[in-house]
Design a protein around this ligand. Structure first.
Ligand code: BT5
Length: 259
């Protein structure tokens, strides 16, 4: 009997202690978010990672869709159970881990568009989504979802081609997904540990933010606000200086540059 070769995506060896300690792989799945949520409800360990070669119903925030065709992307969902006050940092860890992993594997420097898009050359190369399950005041579990376009030919998808990019276009050629996934899991492991130890590197995340100091328009679930993106606080919330001089804190939303 022969042992099947490990799939192209699955890392052979990881330095991680927690994140990626177990990896569940699907050739094709609706969304890794749903598969991870079910696994979390069944008691999967903290740090369990769910990944897929293809998603047929990949999703973004607020019901938007996330395109994940086969052989082209990383689709990853990680089960985490942080202390409730650390929950906002989970998505910051996601975007910072993507920046670090891309740098480690390709030497290319990505930036972050608040709150959590990862950009290369001003276009979106990765997106981050956190879904949590709370009963009463208690956080049961959260799922950190990360989608990265690795070798995706974005031109084939007119709905995203004007705004999206893929790592391979900036790294001169095909990028090994297994290596990038391994780096991503290891960086997430490092950031998750620093979060639980109270030493999350918020400054490193801030330094990658390209939004600070710019005139922006922020659309959140509640309202549309305009002003100068002045800073982010220790939880990653955006501090926006409105035209009337007042300063407001925006927890989540959509940023466009004001022209
Ligand atoms: C996000 O949402 O950016 C979060 C995306 C999270 C995807 C991961 S993949 C693994 C896990 N499983 C899932 O089902 N989801 C997570 P948002 O900020 O709402 O951005 C969504 C918008 O990005 C869409 O409306 C499109 O305009 C655009 N978009 C969709 N697919 C894209 C892609 N592959 N690359 C770049 N932009 C894309």
């Amino acid at each position: 009997m022969t042992t099947p070769a490990p799939h192209e995506l699955i890392p052979r060896r990881l330095a991680s202690k927690k994140v990626g300690g177990r990896i569940v792989y699907y050739p094709s799945v609706g969304s890794t978010m749903d598969a991870a949520r079910v696994a979390a409800e069944l008691g999967a360990h903290d740090g369990t990672a769910v990944t897929a070669d293809e998603q047929t119903r990949g999703r973004g925030r607020l019901g938007r869709s996330w395109i994940t065709p086969p052989d082209s992307s990383i689709a990853l969902s990680v089960i985490v159970r942080p202390a409730m006050p650390d929950l906002p940092k989970v998505s910051l860890a996601g975007s910072l881990a993507v920046v670090r992993a891309i740098r480690r594997v390709t030497g290319v420097e990505a930036s972050i568009k608040w709150p959590n898009d990862v950009l290369l050359g001003g276009r979106k190369v990765a997106g981050v989504l956190v879904e949590s399950s709370v009963i009463g005041d208690a956080l049961q579990s959260a799922v950190l979802g990360i989608g990265v376009n690795v070798n995706l030919e974005t031109e084939a998808f007119p709905e995203i081609s004007p705004t999206a990019t893929s790592v391979h276009k900036h790294a001169r050629g095909h990028v090994p997904r297994r290596e990038l996934l391994a780096a991503l899991l290891e960086e997430l492991d490092d950031l998750y540990r620093s979060m639980t130890e109270g030493s999350f590197p918020i400054e490193e995340w801030r330094e990658r933010l390209e939004t600070i100091g710019r005139e922006v328009r922020v659309r959140s679930a509640e309202a549309m606000e305009e002003g100068v993106a002045e800073a982010v606080n220790s939880q990653g919330a955006l501090l926006l200086r409105r035209d009337d001089g007042s300063l407001i804190e925006v927890l989540a939303g959509e940023v466009t540059l004001r022209v």
